[in-house]
Design a protein around this ligand. Structure first.
Ligand SMILES: O=C(O)CCC(=O)C(=O)O
Ligand SMILES: [Fe+2]
Length: 252
């Protein structure tokens, strides 16, 4: 099997950092080949999305792996599963693979979090972002608030940074250290993978007008046990999964 990641460290120390902050970056971890193949795949999904009407239930943007063989092949890639299992433990399910391409002028997205097993922290849900050509702060860049995930609040919302600061963030402190929660703008060189617990507050700054498209995909995995609202898997895909993904597709 062709490698998708260079060697990287994600042991106990890194896991503790991820559990403390809610996210962890693996800068430039993607191999050159994986970067090239994923860019090509995301370009193709982008074209298919442009040709597909909003009435399509299994839209290429949201069900990206079902429209592209390379993206599908990564769902059960040994290095992908090893990473997902280091974070979640052995018993995992695939949840979704979504194209997050942001062309120049894209508006980004405001502050939010996602739901899963909000009342039971023993069931995890991780987002694995592939920032294929990376990003710089303020240009389609990911923003986070370290420690926000510990609240397991699926309804974090903020139109912009000030709205988050004056709203959800106001008076909140890190549950382990007591430090006031704050906003961090990340930067990512090409080939960066960002790991994030799904309850973490996050936002994306607008992509600058003259910037090239930011090519990004997210793969989400979770421990089974609860319903998942973001489980975007078509019936046919679940019945006939890509090789190796057989045990990963069911809800429970
Ligand atoms: O486009 C991004 O970098 C992140 C999008 C996002 O919020 C998500 O997929 O959960
Ligand atoms: Fe999100």
């Amino acid at each position: 099997m062709e490698r998708i990641f260079h060697q990287y460290a994600f042991g106990e120390r890194e896991q503790r950092m991820m559990d403390h902050d809610g996210h962890y970056l693996l800068p430039g971890v993607m191999t050159k080949t994986a970067q090239e193949k994923m860019t090509e795949a995301l370009r193709s999904v982008q074209e298919l999305s442009a040709q597909t009407g909003p009435e399509e239930k299994r839209h290429p943007q949201r069900y990206s792996a079902e429209w592209n063989e390379y993206l599908a092949s990564l769902i059960a890639h040994p290095q992908m599963l090893e990473l997902a299992r280091r974070i979640l433990g052995k018993n995992i399910r695939y949840d979704h693979c979504v194209a997050l391409n942001r062309p120049g002028g894209n508006g980004g997205i405001g502050w939010h979090s996602h739901a899963y097993s909000d009342d039971d922290p023993s069931l995890g849900f991780v987002r694995i972002f592939f920032y294929v050509n990376g990003f710089e702060p303020g240009d389609g860049g990911l923003k986070v608030s370290a420690g926000s995930h510990l609240f397991r609040d699926a309804r974090i919302h903020g139109r912009d940074d000030d709205d988050l600061r004056n709203g959800w963030l106001a008076g909140k402190t890190h549950l382990k250290t007591g430090e006031p929660l704050s906003i961090q703008e990340l930067s990512a060189p090409a080939g960066t993978v960002a790991l994030m617990w799904t309850h973490a507050a996050h936002a994306v700054s607008p992509r600058r007008q003259g910037s090239p498209t930011r090519w990004t995909a997210v793969y989400a995995y979770r421990n089974p046990g609860r319903p998942s609202g973001a489980r975007w898997i078509g019936e046919a895909f679940e019945k006939n999964p890509p090789p190796g993904a057989e045990g990963l597709m069911s809800l429970m």
